[in-house]
Design a protein around this ligand. Structure first.
Ligand code: MG
Length: 389
């Protein structure tokens, strides 16, 4: 079993987003630190996340939202202290430890595996890219002093991979002032070998890096469809899209029987391929008896977001002969938008009749149809994996 120590300390002063830690900034809608954690989880690593001292709370919340299990450890003032704290959670001396910068959200499991294989063979591995730009040495005035020979120059990234026992020994010798684990290991006399890095594995330092990271992700959209119908009976309330419509009949069902929200919930779950409303909230479960379907929609939306999707828009059509629904449409749109946490302009609710044909036309029931569009931002690797699964 390999361990990932994801370091999320650092003040991020060049990001200009203080007091938010830069590893909590969203990249393609998902916090950088969470993207890192998901990549290491895909690679089968046990996760240790080092937070800024006293700042565990927002990390705990972010990880919980995306359903990621990680050990949270408060960091120290210096990077070396933070990594040392993380290292205390690694009990197995013979385990490989990958130390990763929480501000490198585009790390892939392929890169992680490459570092692990290289470390197994050579004891210590760091991903690196050959420098292709010409290097200059210049003074503070911008005046060039010299051109530096770049033939054996490399830019080093993370994750940096070493055996726990070796890292611990190196830290016991003192790690103050080291900007990465490789320099610590070099100073302590351990071998460090370069493996091919990934040019997309950029580090978020300035707001431009954040924009670049977003551009390096692929936007994938997905559409879902939902359909539901309930019987109109006496002695029940008529609730559609979370709004009670005055009428002498209402919809029959286990919950509040809001057919419109049931169709919409199914459309959203369908777009995410997360099953359907009946699987998520079985009508045999007493907890859902008489429940407002707005709550069900909200919970489903939470699950959808936790799976990495953003909600783009939705469109609901209610098929109902009587009563007239037009006066209630603005309130219905507002309820749905509030529940989904998106703008009203992204929520469409329409009503139609069937010209007295069929069960809706005879006033025996109400049906609803809905579509929903989701978006997600994936690394090329994630997109290809999803396509193949
Ligand atoms: Mg239903």
């Amino acid at each position: 079993m390999e361990y990932a120590i994801i370091v999320c300390g650092g003040s991020g002063t060049r990001m200009g987003a203080l007091p938010v830690n830069k590893t909590l900034l969203p990249v393609g809608g998902i916090p950088s630190a969470v993207r890192c954690a998901l990549a290491f989880r895909r690679a089968g690593c046990r996760l240790v996340l080092v937070t800024p001292p006293g700042g565990e709370k927002p990390f705990e919340e972010a990880l919980r939202k995306y359903g990621v299990d990680a050990l949270l450890v408060p960091g120290g003032r210096e990077r070396s202290e933070s990594v040392k704290n993380g290292l205390r959670c690694v009990e197995d001396e013979d385990a490989l430890v990958l130390v990763h910068d929480g501000a490198r959200p585009l790390v892939t499991s392929a890169l992680i595996q490459r570092c692990i294989s290289c470390a197994r063979e050579h004891l210590g591995a760091v991903p690196a890219l050959k420098v292709s730009d010409t290097l200059k040495r210049a003074g503070a005035d911008g005046r060039v002093r010299a051109t530096v020979d770049r033939t054996d120059m490399y830019r080093v990234q993370t994750p940096q991979c070493f055996y726990a026992r070796d890292l611990r020994k190196a830290y016991d010798l003192g790690g103050e002032g080291c900007t990465d684990e490789a320099s610590l290991m070099e100073n302590a006399g351990f071998p460090v070998t370069l493996c091919p890095g990934d040019s997309a594995n950029i580090k978020l330092t300035t707001p431009e890096d954040l924009a670049m990271a977003d551009r390096l992700l692929r936007r994938v959209t997905r559409t879902g469809f939902g359909l539901d119908a309930h019987q109109l009976v006496e002695g029940r309330r008529l609730v559609l899209c979370g709004v009670e419509v005055p009428y002498d009949k209402g919809l029959l069902g286990h919950s509040d029987a809001d057919a419109a929200l049931h169709a919409l919930t199914d459309a959203l779950l369908g777009a995410a391929a997360l099953g359907d409303i009946g699987q998520m909230f079985p009508d045999t479960d007493e907890r859902y008896a008489g429940i407002s379907s707005l709550l069900l929609l909200g919970w489903a939306a939470e699950r959808i977001r936790a799976a990495g999707f953003g909600i783009v828009n939705c469109d609901v059509t209610i098929v109902c002969q009587k009563p007239k629904l037009a006066p209630f449409i603005p309130e219905m749109r507002a309820r749905v938008a509030g529940c989904l946490g998106i703008g009203v302009s992204r929520v469409s609710v329409k009503a139609t009749t069937t010209e007295h044909m069929g069960y809706e036309g005879r006033g025996e029931g109400v049906s609803a149809h809905a579509t929903a569009t989701l978006e997600e931002y994936l690394t090329c690797e994630e997109d290809e994996e999803n396509a193949a699964e």
